[in-house]
Design a protein around this ligand. Sequence first.
Ligand SMILES: N[C@@H](CCC(=O)N[C@@H](CS)C(=O)NCC(=O)O)C(=O)O
Length: 238
Amino acid sequence: MVKLQVFGPGFGLVDPSPFVMKAHMLLRIAGIPYEPVRGDVRKAPKGKFPVIEDDGEIIADSTFIRLHIEKKYGFDYDAGLTAEQRGSAWAVEKMLEDHVYWTVLHERWLEPENFARGPAHFFDGMPAPLRPLIRHMVVKEVRKNAHGHGMGRHTKDQRTYLASRAITAVAQVLGDKRYLMGDKPCGADATVYAFLTASLCEIFASDIRGEVKKHANLMAYAQRMEEQYFPKDEKRAA
Ligand SMILES: N[C@@H](CCC(=O)N[C@@H](CS)C(=O)NCC(=O)O)C(=O)O
């Protein structure tokens, strides 16, 4: 069975990482049985999760996981879509992974109150005397990465503006459809679900959550996807 290496449930979510949630969804949409296993991200081939192991093959990165599923299992996530829809779906996905991801990351890791509520606890298992040092080092690394990406160079208002434009764009593309591109899920729905759910996480003080809540269609979508792909019992177990 496919093994999906994950951080494991956290922040009331199936996984604190939107990219790991996306991988869960990709496997579920394709109907591939899999087992989530907690791994050590430092040992991941690209130093990031998600990673899957499939019959001895290791695939790192959510997009390459999608491509692997398409190739190995002959599952076309975007079957039935026009070329224009395929292009739009891909663009929506990459927009979320660029602007919304880095804004969520910034809110969670680089706003001290949010950090204390969430990511700080990732280090609770470490020896107490080392904990503050390790937290400090990891936050420094996150800040460096956000700066390197570019989103970390903006003001908070500018980041929120860019994220809110992305969220509005998703709402505009979704309209009153059941899934992003129509009446069946496509590849980008895995990403849309993952990033909306991450943005809506209740434990953080978040401007992005407020932006998502402005769109009734996105709220209904997130709930529908949750009920369809992450039934309540399983969520509670998480
Ligand atoms: N491009 C990657 C991004 C994955 C990613 O950024 N994962 C983050 C968690 S959200 C991670 O594992 N970070 C660990 C680290 O940077 O040390 C994908 O699509 O899978």
